[in-house]
Write a protein that binds this ligand. Structure first.
Ligand code: PLP
Length: 460
């Protein structure tokens, strides 16, 4: 049960929010007329708004509250570290016990020889730093032309200029100026949108071939890296055709192109493993980026892990310009690292990966029961990453007109009934906490069915 009496002045908070908060990813022209959702508390898989109403959090904060809300041990670890040492910088060769312990501990879970960790402040800065590290590495190796970066449409890698530029969601790209000179987008490997009549196997060949053709077109000597989320999360939980991740990784190895696996969402249990790259997709990337579930959102932290193969080339000699001029005041923040260590303790002790492996398929199956609704075109994803794509016509897979605002209508109906979903145009995305129970899944799916049916009727 929540532990406060919810004595908030809601009108005052609402007015201050409208007058002073700038929110990302919302039409700023509508904020004056919309009631904000003001979240006051969380417990387990649920949140409570300032009115005291409970909702199952179908989005896990923002794909991040993996161990669930309200963990006393996390609060204690954060408070203990803040008292002991609130801050110290990692610049030069200064460390703190939690940051050093966390670096070593992460490498224990990582595939291959990913033995070295660079800490950042979140996912965007992890991606930004990883890409800058790749350029830095190629400069050090005397390959100043090997700088081209290959990515995909519908990817989301962050909001710094560089991480936003390697992202590829069309709705975001229209509005913002981005780097285009050394970044190349392949089509998204989305089986639902494959050409009519094409088998999944042929489609797999096509999208894998896209990468090889692009490397050859640019010249392998000019291509630095390929960056890919194992499943494209914010782009609509796009699950590439079987074998895609492994085959694209092999192509990168063939042409000496580095493979960056962006596990900001898929890491720390969301697909049932601390890192999904190797156990789920059979790849040993050169670099993995992570954030979100690294601290389960209790405090911000991100990181990239890099292979010993690359890193050892930089440490072989000294004084040859191998100082990585990239870092943040709050890189390796000791309070965040202490939180991450306790987060890992909880994931291991409570067998959260086991829970995801057991209950994740159930979540997916339950959402799949909604495919009998006319408006449900596709239910896709894996474990606790799922997307429902709504359609105006099941046969033609037509995207519903934007003015129907279909996902938002469903979102608005779900909230008062106790379910928070993430609406994205005609997509509904789910990434609940990893402690959600079967009973809570049943409750969420029942609410969703009722709300989707109503919206379907409203739109008739
Ligand atoms: N990479 C992926 C795959 C993400 O989904 C996100 C955020 O959603 C990011 C990077 C950026 O992370 P952050 O929002 O922590 O900067």
């Amino acid at each position: 049960m929540p532990n406060s009496n919810f004595a908030y002045d809601i009108a005052d908070l609402t007015a201050k929010d409208r007058d002073h908060m700038i929110h990302p990813w919302v039409d700023l022209g509508t904020v004056q007329s919309r009631e904000p959702l003001i979240v006051a508390q969380g417990e387990g898989a649920c949140i409570y708004n300032v009115q005291g109403q409970r909702m199952i959090d179908g989005i896990g904060g923002m794909w991040c509250v993996n161990i669930g809300y309200g963990r006393e041990e996390m609060a204690q670890a954060i408070a203990d570290q803040a008292r002991k040492l609130c801050y110290f910088s990692p610049f030069g060769i200064i460390g703190t016990p939690p940051s050093i312990e966390l670096a070593e501990r992460l490498t224990r879970h990582a595939p291959g020889d990913l033995k070295h960790v660079f800490f950042t402040t979140g996912g965007s800065t992890a991606v930004d730093s990883a890409l800058r590290f790749v350029h830095f590495y190629n400069n050090f190796k005397g390959r100043p032309n090997k700088k081209q970066i290959i990515t995909r449409e519908y990817a989301y890698h962050g909001s710094t200029l560089l991480s936003a530029s390697v992202s590829g969601k069309p709705a975001d790209r229209g509005r913002m100026d981005l780097i285009t000179s050394f970044i190349h987008h392949l089509p998204a490997p989305n089986p639902y949108r494959r050409p009519d009549g094409m088998s999944l196997e042929s489609y797999g060949d096509q999208v894998v071939g896209d990468l090889e053709r692009k490397i050859l077109e640019l010249g392998p000597e000019n291509v630095a890296c390929f960056i890919a989320e194992p499943l494209l999360a914010s782009g609509g939980v796009i699950v590439p055709p079987p074998g895609y991740q492994r085959r694209t990784w092999e192509i990168c190895r063939k042409y000496d192109v580095l493979y960056i696996s962006d596990e900001v969402v898929t890491g720390f249990g969301r697909l049932g493993h601390i890192f999904a790259s190797e156990p789920v997709f059979g790849i040993q990337p050169d670099i993995i980026t992570c954030a979100k579930g690294l601290t389960s959102g209790y405090v911000p932290l991100g990181a990239f892990l890099v292979s010993d193969r690359l890193y050892s080339e930089l440490t072989e000699t000294a004084g040859k310009g191998q100082s990585f001029s990239n870092g943040y005041t709050y890189s390796a923040h000791p309070v965040a690292c202490a939180a991450a260590l306790t987060n890992l303790d909880i994931i291991e002790r409570d067998d959260i990966c086991g829970h995801v492996q057991r209950v994740g398929p159930y979540f997916h199956q339950q959402l799949e029961t909604l495919t009998d609704l006319d408006m449900v075109g596709d239910v896709r994803g894996s474990h606790f990453m799922v997307c429902i794509e709504c359609t105006a016509d099941k046969k033609t897979k037509a995207v519903p007109p934007a003015e129907w605002d279909v996902a938002r209508r469903i979102f608005e109906k779900c909230m008062p009934r106790g379910l928070l979903i993430r609406p994205m145009g005609h997509l509904i995305v789910f990434s609940p906490t990893l402690v959600i129970s079967r009973a809570q899944i049943d409750e969420a799916v029942a609410i969703l069915r009722a709300c989707m049916s109503e919206v379907q009727d409203d739109l008739r």
